[in-house]
Design a protein around this ligand. Structure first.
Ligand code: PMP
Length: 446
């Protein structure tokens, strides 16, 4: 099937002016990879070549690409209401989507604040945490604690609490008043864990050390990803998140889960917090909220947090924060259609049922050349490779390129390969992804 037209072919001199995100532009120009079309589990590049998408776009297209129901909803909405101002005004879709989301969030995380991305969701949640304490008369609680190897997007708040060194070091002194918990993956103790590793709950006790150092009265919130995604799928040790929850409660610190990746079915439940049995006070989402179709993010806040603002002093009733495109009609229409698809196709349940098969597929790479760890939870998996001295990413990137040549898209970070297919993935497609990776690993030089 040829899905491309001639206009999609770009000449090399046409690749000069787009400054690409998280991409070495000059390298890219030498061998451009241009995605032109998508359907279900597949992409087609500008040459009409079919590529199996092993990472749901960028951990986001959970219902598969170009789902007819979602396409129709977006097209229809574009002809009805293109845009309405979100401040002091609303559109009905914002309320409808918020109600649907409140139905599936855990605990009393019922209040929905819309953003346009994961990064904006993170900065919004951090601001809400600080403002909440202030509204309660505890304005000294301003410190924010993240974690080493945490990824919370690229806003100044997100990189300050984040722990990906490359994303921080170019950008100056960042926000004052942040600190970090240790990261939780230890190859010696946890390599080849199936699901959550047994070792490591005690790492949460480091929060007590930070409380002792800074004093609880200065700490607003702790933010972690339930499963750290971008750093290479680091699964939380059994009991670790429960321990963080206990320590936060003991000291009046808000717990924020960044569920931009783990939200919307990735772990076999609506949100990762449900799969892992811990409910945060604030939750950030994006990606799967619209299955990647129209940019959108959100922060879910507990009723109690929202009520604190609503019943607070008059100058706090309004949160002085928001975006021109908060709750954009096209994003809301996409979000509603996507939530319907999740429900009607039972996709969260499907992910839960597929997870054991996916787990075996991830771990089938144990013993393949270069592999030093395989790990998984739900439909998130990663394989860590022995890095080449002096060239930390070269080997994994070579695997990525060779898989792409063979028509399979995976993701790499450092010397880690990550796998997060859409929730519609078939077993045969899982086999093809991991079969291709194994084949490629055999061809990579030590
Ligand atoms: N938080 C987490 C946990 C993420 O994985 C990401 C994106 N991968 C973000 C935040 C940032 O999202 P965005 O790129 O939409 O700003």
């Amino acid at each position: 099937m040829t899905l491309v037209s001639d206009e999609l072919h770009l000449k090399s001199e046409e690749l000069n002016n787009y400054w690409m995100p998280f991409t070495a532009n000059r390298q890219f120009k030498g061998a451009p990879r241009l995605i032109a079309k998508a359907k279900g589990m597949y992409y087609w590049d500008d040459q009409g070549r079919q590529i199996l998408d092993g990472i749901a776009g960028l951990w986001c297209c959970n219902v598969g690409h170009n789902h007819p129901r979602v396409v129709e909803a977006i097209q229809k909405q574009a002809g009805v209401l293109d845009y309405a101002p979100p401040f002091q005004m609303g559109n009905p879709l914002q309320f409808e989507l918020a109600n649907r989301l409140a139905d599936i969030t855990p605990g009393s995380l019922n209040k929905v604040f819309y953003t346009n991305s994961g990064s904006e969701s993170v900065d919004t949640a951090l601001k809400i945490a600080i403002a909440y304490h202030r509204a309660r008369g505890e304005g000294s609680r301003v410190r924010l604690i993240g974690r080493e190897r945490g990824y919370h997007g690229v806003g100044f708040g997100g990189i300050a609490v984040g722990g990906m060194v490359a994303n921080r070091k170019m950008f100056g002194t960042l926000m004052a008043g942040t600190d970090h918990l240790p990261q939780t993956w230890n190859l010696k103790e946890q390599a080849y864990s199936h699901g959550q590793p047994a070792w490591g709950a005690h790492l949460a006790d480091e929060l007590e050390r930070l409380v002792a150092l800074h004093d609880a009265s200065t700490i607003a919130a702790v933010i972690v990803e339930p499963v750290a995604g971008s750093a290479g799928v680091l699964i939380p040790p059994v009991g670790y998140l429960q321990r963080l929850r206990e320590i936060c409660d003991k000291h009046g610190i808000l717990l924020i889960f960044d569920e931009v990746i783990t939200g919307f079915g990735r772990l076999g439940t609506a949100f990762g917090s449900q799969a892992l049995g811990v409910t945060p006070d604030l939750m950030t989402v994006a990606k799967g909220i619209t299955s990647g179709t129209v940019p959108m993010g959100a922060v879910f806040a507990k009723d109690e947090i929202y009520d604190t603002f609503m019943s607070g002093p008059p100058h706090m009733i309004e949160l002085f924060h928001g975006y021109t495109y908060s709750g954009h009609p096209l994003a809301c229409a996409a979000g509603i259609a996507v939530q319907q698809v999740y429900q009607e196709e039972g996709l969260f349940q499907r992910a839960a049922e597929l997870a054991p098969y996916f787990e075996l597929a991830v771990h089938s790479l144990k013993g393949a050349p270069h592999v030093i760890d395989c790990r998984n939870l739900g439909l998130m998996g990663a394989v860590e490779l022995q890095g080449r001295a002096g060239s930390p990413t070269a080997k994994a990137f070579e695997v990525f390129l060779k898989c792409y040549e063979r028509g399979v898209l995976i993701r790499t970070t450092g010397d880690i390969l990550a796998f997060t297919p859409s929730l519609i993935v078939q077993k045969a497609e899982i086999d093809r992804i991991f079969g291709t990776v194994r084949e490629v690993l055999e061809t990579v030089a030590a």
